[in-house]
Design a protein around this ligand. Structure first.
Ligand code: GDP
Ligand code: MG
Length: 319
């Protein structure tokens, strides 16, 4: 049987469980997770490699996790939606993921329209079925409602958090992928540079430990990432928008920054497999979310492009 491969875009509203699904399918923490909107701000590649098995071809599924679909009101929001559009371009299958425990709303219709416009097969994933135990009728009703709205290639109820329903999903993905090349080497599971994942690990701790507008007003830039023989040195700056936010991020006697730093350091240590020395700074950059230039500079793909002086090859494929 031929080798099958392709690009699969995970699309959905904020909080549907896209990043949880990516991590569960790849079996590694590639994307940060939180119940707060804007947790995912970039598209994130995760690669599933599978060997030839009984009745199954060997395959490579390139998943693309995306920011939640929303109406943007800042440069950052617009950039996030561009990330979604770029992920959809040229993908082979769209996974439209919804929170199966919630009612259909106009926002769901908006995302559904985006999926339809791709003209690729669309799988509907009804996530969070763990919240629907004993409510089978409700789930069947939701499935029925969706079925009337669009001719989905597959409708699969699952729980990304409990890892239920994933085998069936992978099976159906492989079945629907075309014959294709190895897009990535067999040991590669993401395209994200480690230093960007380190920045995300710090941002995840900000999402966990701060409230209100602070998670949305913050971003993290890794200024130094030096891998020494026995130690990785990381220096990063947390940007926020106001002095009052800086006060909260630093905390009384530096307590908050210490907490964020300690937990992020442990995460980064897991990632690099060695001791990490992490230095964190907090800076105020008023209105950064509305600065197109600042937002563009945060994009690691663009940073790499500028360094290499050539176009981004992860954006799509040559026909
Ligand atoms: P995203 O914004 O679509 O990427 O969503 P995340 O993956 O960040 O998840 C949003 C929230 O939903 C987090 O609190 C997750 O733990 C939670 N979540 C994701 N999948 C499931 C699931 O299958 N069941 C339940 N109960 N919660 C889930
Ligand atoms: Mg996400």
């Amino acid at each position: 049987m031929a080798f099958r491969s392709g690009f699969v875009c995970i699309l959905g509203r904020p909080n549907a469980g896209k990043s949880t699904l990516l991590n569960a399918l790849v079996g590694e923490k590639l994307a940060i997770i939180s119940p707060k909107p804007q947790t995912t701000r970039n598209r994130i590649l995760g690669i599933i490699h599978s060997e030839k098995q009984k009745g199954r071809s060997a395959s490579q599924i390139v998943l693309i996790d995306t920011p939640g679909v929303h109406k943007p009101d800042s440069s950052l929001g617009r950039k996030m939606m561009v990330e979604v559009q770029e992920a959809l371009q040229g993908c082979d299958i769209v996974l439209l993921i919804v929170d199966g425990s919630r009612q259909f709303t106009p926002s769901d219709q908006f995302v559904l329209e985006m999926a339809k416009r791709c003209r690729t097969p669309v799988f509907l994933l009804l996530n969070k079925t763990d919240l629907l135990k004993g409510k089978k009728q409700e789930l069947l009703g939701t499935i029925d409602g969706y079925r009337r709205r669009f001719d989905f290639r597959e409708i699969i109820p699952l729980s990304a958090r409990k890892r239920e329903g994933l085998d069936l999903l992978v099976h159906k993905l492989i079945e629907n992928l075309p014959e294709g090349p190895h897009y990535f080497s067999d040991d590669q599971i993401t395209d994200q540079p480690t230093r960007f994942m380190a920045a995300e690990a710090i941002r995840e701790q900000i999402l966990i430990h701060t409230e209100q507008e602070i998670p949305y007003s913050s971003t993290v830039v890794v200024e130094q990432f030096e891998e020494l023989p026995k130690l990785t040195r990381v220096a990063a700056t947390i940007y926020c928008e106001r002095n009052s936010q800086k006060g909260i991020l630093v905390g009384k006697g530096g307590q908050m920054l210490k907490k964020i730093g300690t937990e992020a350091r442990m995460q980064i240590q897991k990632m690099v497999g060695m001791k990490v020395f992490l230095e964190l700074f907090v800076k105020v950059q008023p209105g950064w979310q509305d600065s197109r230039q600042f937002v563009d500079e945060l994009d690691w793909r663009r940073q790499l492009e500028n360094l290499a002086g050539k176009p981004d090859r992860t954006k799509g494929r040559e026909a």
